[in-house]
Design a protein around this ligand. Sequence first.
Ligand code: ATP
Length: 202
Amino acid sequence: MLKIGITGGIGSGKTTVCKVFETLGVPIFYADIAAKLAMTSDPVLVEGIKKTFGTESYHPDGTLNNKYIAAIVFHQKAELDKLNALVHPAVFKAFENWAATKVYAAPYVLKEAALLFESGSYKQCDKNILVTAPLKLRLARVMKRDQVSEAEVMARMDKQFTDGQKSKMANYFISNSLSDSIILQVLNLHQQFLALSASTNL
Ligand code: ATP
């Protein structure tokens, strides 16, 4: 079974593209959802977060104190790096465990991750897709979706590699500009992945 990573800058449309793959029956692992889940359910990670950021990181009922963690990591890159260094290995492990359950279920699976390249988790995948869209369109889509200012979206973008950096590491591209059809591009890649899976026997 092939493992395909899929990423893209904030607002590029990677989640939207994944929804199209989903309609074709492709199993998708959403790394950001898995990370949130692991932060309350993976005992090694929970312990690591408490040790690094203090027991205030969790509410008495065991849920994550998002406000507390966000206040620490949002403006301090070193603290964000520490959090990522704890969370990423937990998500790597969760993906491997999840993928093992899909071996007989599908010829290939997708791993959707905002920081696929930044975290190094693209190495867990046989091939990787980069979703791109013009910066202006990405800004407009995220400002509308999250009801946030342009400055806020730009601040989030600053924490990610640029498309130029990511494109050097990607094997496939999906362009999600106004004039492109993501459905046709997904169908095209789907055929390629089915053929690749059949030929490599992975
Ligand atoms: P993030 O990194 O912030 O999670 P993302 O790359 O997953 O973003 P999406 O959430 O898929 O991006 O898309 C951002 C917004 O743009 C969403 O509201 C989505 O509905 C909209 N959008 C994405 N692609 C298209 C498209 N081709 N046509 C219309 N709207 C789109």
